[in-house]
Write a protein that binds this ligand. Sequence first.
Ligand code: NAG
Ligand code: NAG
Ligand code: NAG
Length: 251
Amino acid sequence: MVLHSPVLIILAAALSSAVVISPPHMWTKLILTHHWPTTFCSMEHCHPNISFWTLHGLWPDKGIDCNSSWHFNSSEIEDLLPDMQKSWPDLLKPTSTGFWKYEWHKHGTCAAKAPSLDSQHKYFAKALELYHKLDLTSILKKFDIVPSDKYYTFSQIEAAIENVCGTKPKIQCVHPAMNTDVQILGQIEICFDTDFTLMDCEKEATVGATSEGSFFHRTGVDKPSGFSVCDHDMPVYYPPVHKIRTQTELQ
Ligand SMILES: *[C@@H]1O[C@H](CO)[C@@H](O)[C@H](O)[C@H]1NC(C)=O
Ligand SMILES: *[C@@H]1O[C@H](CO)[C@@H](O)[C@H](O)[C@H]1NC(C)=O
Ligand SMILES: *[C@@H]1O[C@H](CO)[C@@H](O)[C@H](O)[C@H]1NC(C)=O
């Protein structure tokens, strides 16, 4: 009874499931990364005057710099530029397109392996669409988590996002110095699957968190990015725009 051989059945199952499993080099998760500009600029010494979460990037979980010959061309996203300038600003050089070029080369060319994101216009438009649909600033506000001088708990922030999204975010903080008893909210990642449906982010640092420091540091600020997953037990400071506490002040 060859047809009922367990080996064949397993093989048949493996083959039929292989049809729906994505190719090994294809990404399976997109990470929509947000910056809190006040925190970012307290590290980088910029003065953004922006009181909402801004886009940092849309990062596939697999691949970096997937096609170096696919050059960034801002003419292709001309219609998106006003929104890009507002929602995805280069906090260090507000008039430059260098940040978007960097993000396109590093992450966009990899995201573009999916037909749904296989042009610069599709990639940047989708990032903006997900960012606006999500509206992280409003999610937090809805749960009375607003920039202020009072501290929040990590679980308050996580619960607000989980409540609205139904999935786990990755919440990152800056730890101003050893032995301080407060951490500063800086970056929040929200994850999507290949159909752009919300999914849990992993808690562990993935490709995004650890590799992204370089763009902002290539200009000569010679220290590592400084964001890491927030401590679950330490109070979280969500700094208001005009009350930037620098690292020095917190030490
Ligand atoms: C910051 O932005 C607010 C609102 O957009 C504006 O009223 C204020 O004048 C700005 N402050 C500075 C210092 O640019
Ligand atoms: C890389 O991008 C170029 C320019 O868009 C394109 O012609 C080429 O097919 C791409 N290569 C791969 C491997 O996707
Ligand atoms: C940039 O994109 C525009 C619009 O698609 C196109 O006309 C132009 O040739 C492109 N420039 C380069 C250098 O590829």
